[in-house]
Design a protein around this ligand. Structure first.
Ligand SMILES: *Cc1c(COP(=O)(O)O)cnc(C)c1O
Length: 421
């Protein structure tokens, strides 16, 4: 459910008509709904009640500091994967003890940054990383709280580019070797073992792979305790999928996911952490774009819009589907026709949809890409020197630009010509 609905024939973000934002900001732009972000966060905390828990929003899905503040103010933790994301979470007012640090390639500088600013736990993904972290922390007179991210070797049955829990993926420590690496960790001067972590992939539309992974984590936790480790927390990762089309079979609900967590690991007395990204931010955002031209082609017409693959890369990168809707609601019974929806970038891959049925549209009309709040703006680039797409946040009847479109001067001034040239 989201808060982007037609009212009197015009698409709104909460109580704000989309054309009103377009008139102020220009197109293309992302717009996020505060109410939808809050609703999705609450679904997760309610699903985990009464287990002690912390819902750590996966910052990589949408890292705008204003978005992070919406969630942080509700008590959310943050899952970060870089020093930059750590600084964003801090800038949003999230205390270090609610930030977990994931990722296979944390540098010593990033470790130092997080230890200085405060951190809930590092999710460590390899032995070399563990040794480096111990050295850095011990050098600062600290012990770094850690979970080891284990790779449970389960098939998440999702797109291969976002599956992370198979043995051939780069992520985590093979679960069969976990006890050995925990023993190593426990003996290191700069490490404090406190948790087990798993994350098997993204956009999962089936609970079965989660169940397999969490049962393995439960067994491992019992074994680690028998080995003498203190395991206070379980970080169960993110990955619950969202419906990208209205017609799609519905992915599992947070409540069903919560029930699964209680069933598989609820008896261990651990505090539960989860790291949802897409399910909180995905359907909380639209990408709004203007039609530049309608171009007649052979056997098809092209809808050339002013958003492109550099603004929303998911269709060209993952073959992902986004529903595209006109901002002005078509009249009941209006005929739809197939369009290839494309952007202005000079690549054939700059195609959002093929033969998509849309009502008659003309230059200057607005369209909205749904479910664009996750892995949208964060993956945007300035390819073709297209200014980085701006972001807007709506709450009730007001809106604010939360990242402005850069001017061409700003873009050009980032390049420098060496003196000797
Ligand atoms: C990407 C990622 C997430 C979030 O995944 P979603 O599918 O957006 O919920 C959580 N944890 C880790 C470690 C990740 O890499």
């Amino acid at each position: 459910m989201d808060h982007f609905l037609y009212r009197s024939g015009t698409l709104h973000a909460e109580d704000v008509p989309i054309p009103e934002i377009a008139a102020v900001v220009g197109t293309p732009f992302y717009v996020y709904s505060t109410a939808t972000l809050e609703r999705h966060y609450r679904l997760f905390t309610e699903a985990l009640d009464p287990l002690p828990h912390l819902v750590c929003f996966a910052v990589k899905s949408n890292s705008n500091v204003a978005v992070l503040k919406v969630l942080g103010d509700l008590g959310a933790g943050m899952d970060v994967v870089s020093g930059g994301e750590y600084l964003r979470a801090k800038a949003a007012g999230v205390p270090g003890d609610r930030i977990v640090f994931s990722g296979v390639g944390k540098t010593r500088e990033e470790m130092r940054l997080a230890l200085e600013g405060g951190i809930r736990q590092f999710n460590v993904e390899s032995e070399p990383e563990l040794l480096a972290l111990s050295e850095v922390a011990a050098g600062m007179g600290l012990r770094a709280p850690i979970a080891l991210r284990v790779n449970p070797d389960v098939d998440a049955r999702t797109h291969e580019k976002i599956a992370t829990g198979k043995s051939e993926n780069k992520f985590g420590i093979p679960i069969a070797r976990a006890r050995e690496v925990y023993a190593l960790a426990a003996g290191l001067p700069g490490i404090e073992v406190c948790a087990v972590d798993v994350h098997i992939g993204s956009q999962l539309t089936d609970l079965e792979p989660f169940e397999q992974a969490y049962l393995k984590v439960a067994d491992l936790t019992r074994a680690l305790r028998a080995d003498g480790h203190t395991i206070r927390r379980l970080d169960l990762g993110g990955g619950l999928g969202i419906p990208y089309t209205r017609s799609n079979e519905a992915p599992p609900l947070p409540a069903e996911y919560g029930a699964l967590i209680k069933r598989t690991v609820g008896d261990l007395g651990c505090e539960i952490e989860i790291e949802p990204g897409r399910l909180i931010s995905g359907n909380a955002g639209l990408l709004v774009s203007g039609v530049i031209y309608v171009k007649a082609g052979e056997g098809r017409d092209f809808l050339i819009v002013d958003a492109a693959m550099n603004d929303l890369v998911r269709p060209s990168m993952y073959g992902a589907h986004h529903d595209i809707v006109p901002v002005v609601e078509p009249a009941a019974g209006a005929l739809a026709q197939p369009f290839d929806v494309v952007g202005p970038v000079c690549e054939t891959g700059d195609t959002f949809a093929k033969a998509r049925h849309l009502p008659a549209l003309a230059a200057g009309d607005l369209v909205a890409f749904r479910s664009a709040g996750a892995y949208g703006a964060v993956m945007a680039s300035e390819y073709n020197t297209r200014p980085l797409v701006p972001e807007v946040l709506v709450r009730g009847d007001h809106f604010a630009v939360i990242r402005a479109r850069p001017t061409f001067d700003e873009i050009l001034n980032r390049d420098t010509i060496p003196e000797w040239l």
